[in-house]
Design a protein around this ligand. Structure first.
Ligand code: FAD
Length: 476
């Protein structure tokens, strides 16, 4: 007999959206049950996304730093790689973090059910456990936070040589050659890891550019560096066919740079987007609407078409980012707890953790032009930054976009080492309605890369100390 449990708030899925929602709900006094198939909270982000990928990118950075040390008069022997130890270390990071989240659940009195949930009615969930047991959970409200999974590419091929991001992070072996299908951030980050470990990496991207959401001047330093670390970057190229043979995957490529031809790769990594985890929840019976691709439709409070059911994170669509999921989770939990809240951020930062990193927030040049906004733009090249020189990383760029009349900051973009850390200043400026003068007049510590934010604001008035550019008045 299934056990009958009661709760005020059921959160389905314990990724960064779900656990943030559950914890916030508990902090606001709700009785919360969090459900996930994993042993502890963490979701895609901790088990097979943000955290393991950044741990491996750290390994890649260590390798590059050791290579570059030569220029500073330090020589190291070529690295010896112990994949078992790398996997073990990454596993430890994951275990420590997910275990910590489990403890936070207990500390907040959030009930954690390990199992797969599906709706029976809008106030009743069935939770199926791995051992065949089942619970029925009666709930006042639910938040769906079931996330996303890698999209498949073309015909279903079962092969050890074909990887998605999840398999790639398992780092079973270092292939001799790797084709990455998709020039988005996941493909470039994972391609960078394998390239650092010694794999000859080729990237194919169907559109005419890598990282289509980012401005070209920001991707330029990355493309320059990747041209050295990757074997080939093929834009405007598509994979027409793929099949496995004894010596590898035979891939038929078609594109302006390669024409039509077949190529053999030891392994192929498919990074062509992500699909919503909305099937299997029995949403049809509870009137929760999805779009044609399965993403759940929500309003500003993250409420679905069924008033007691909310949805947050990847399962609601782009941008599919952990911090967006968490912020939405807190809004949904607050609304359920009776607070006045809505998800209306002025800027959601995006970071690509490649080398160099690329980060942006608010408007990009592309989005500002598409919206017909009148804006001014100023750039500060890192070649003029003292800190960048000491780090041997003068390949960066910081730029600021401001309203043409008021100088209010509407966007920021950074390419360079640590861009992911620096972009928060731009997010704060936009959220606070800061004008360029605010950033210019804010004293930044020297020598730091954060000075490039201040200097880019000063450059808007032709007053950057370390570059000379006359002020530009015209809207771009
Ligand atoms: P998820 O984290 O996907 O969690 C959903 C959870 O729901 C899962 O644990 C799943 O087991 C569970 N679940 C699904 N269905 C059910 C069910 N029926 N019953 C119970 N449980 C269920 N984002 C960033 O912001 N920064 C990064 O650097 C970054 N790097 C990434 C790198 C990679 C390789 C990948 C794949 C993703 C990366 N992301 C990154 C994206 C990020 O992981 C997601 O945006 C984020 O995890 C979404 O959070 P979520 O809570 O919506 O869902």
């Amino acid at each position: 007999m299934p056990e009958l449990l009661k709760t005020q708030l059921a959160v389905i899925g314990a990724g960064p959206g779900g656990y943030a929602a559950a914890f916030h709900g508990a902090d606001l006094g709700l009785q919360v049950t969090l459900i996930d198939v994993e042993p502890n909270p963490g979701g895609t982000c901790l088990y097979r996304g943000c955290i393991p990928s950044k741990a491996l990118l750290h390994v890649a950075k260590l390798i590059h730093d050791a290579e570059e040390a030569e220029e500073w008069g330090l020589s190291f022997a070529p690295p010896r790689m112990d994949l078992d130890k790398m996997r073990q270390r990454t596993g430890q990071v994951i275990e420590q973090m997910t275990g910590g989240l489990g403890q936070l659940c207990r500390a907040r009195n959030v009930r954690y059910l390990r199992g797969r949930a599906a709706f029976m009615t809008s106030h009743q969930l069935a939770v199926f456990h791995e051992d065949g047991a089942e619970d029925i959970l009666e709930t006042d409200h639910s938040i769906i936070a079931t996330g996303s999974r890698p999209a498949l590419f073309g015909p279903l091929i079962r092969s050890e040589r074909l990887m998605n991001s999840t398999n790639a992070l398992q780092l079973k072996r270092v292939p001799e050659t790797l084709l990455v299908i998709g020039g988005g951030y996941i493909g470039l980050e994972l391609g960078s890891v394998y390239a650092a470990l010694g794999t000859k990496v080729t990237v194919v991207e169907m559109t005419d550019t890598l990282l289509p959401g980012a401005d070209r001047d920001l991707t330029a330093p990355l493309e320059k560096r990747l041209a050295r670390t990757f074997t080939k970057i093929l834009t405007k190229t598509k994979v027409a066919e793929m099949c496995e043979q004894d010596n590898g995957m035979r891939v038929q490529l078609e594109g302006t740079q390669v024409g039509k031809g077949s190529h053999i790769f030891d392994k192929v990594l498919v990074c062509v987007g992500r699909k919503a985890n909305s099937r299997g929840l029995n949403l049809g019976d509870v009137r929760v609407e999805t779009d044609a691709r399965g993403f759940i439709q929500v309003d500003l409070q993250r409420r679905t078409s069924e008033p007691h059911i909310f949805a947050i994170g990847d399962v609601t669509g782009e941008p599919m980012l952990a911090h967006k999921a968490s912020a939405e989770g807190k809004v949904a939990a607050a609304v359920i707890a009776g607070r006045k809240a809505a998800f209306e951020p002025q800027a959601i930062p995006a970071v690509v953790f490649t080398d160099p990193e690329i980060a942006w927030c608010g408007e990009t040049e592309k989005s500002a032009r598409e919206k017909g906004l009148a804006f001014k733009i100023a750039r500060f090249p890192w070649v003029a930054s003292g800190r960048a020189s000491t780090l041997n990383r003068v390949d960066g760029l910081t730029k600021i976009l401001c309203d043409a009349d008021t100088n209010q900051v509407i966007g920021m973009g950074i390419a360079g080492s640590g861009a992911g850390e620096l972009i928060s200043e731009g997010v704060l400026a936009i959220e606070m309605g800061a004008v360029a003068e605010d950033l210019d007049l804010t004293i930044h510590p020297h020598p730091t890369l954060s000075e490039t934010v201040m200097e880019s604001a000063a450059a808007l008035f032709g007053q950057s100390t370390h570059i000379y550019r006359p002020p530009r008045k015209e809207a771009k």
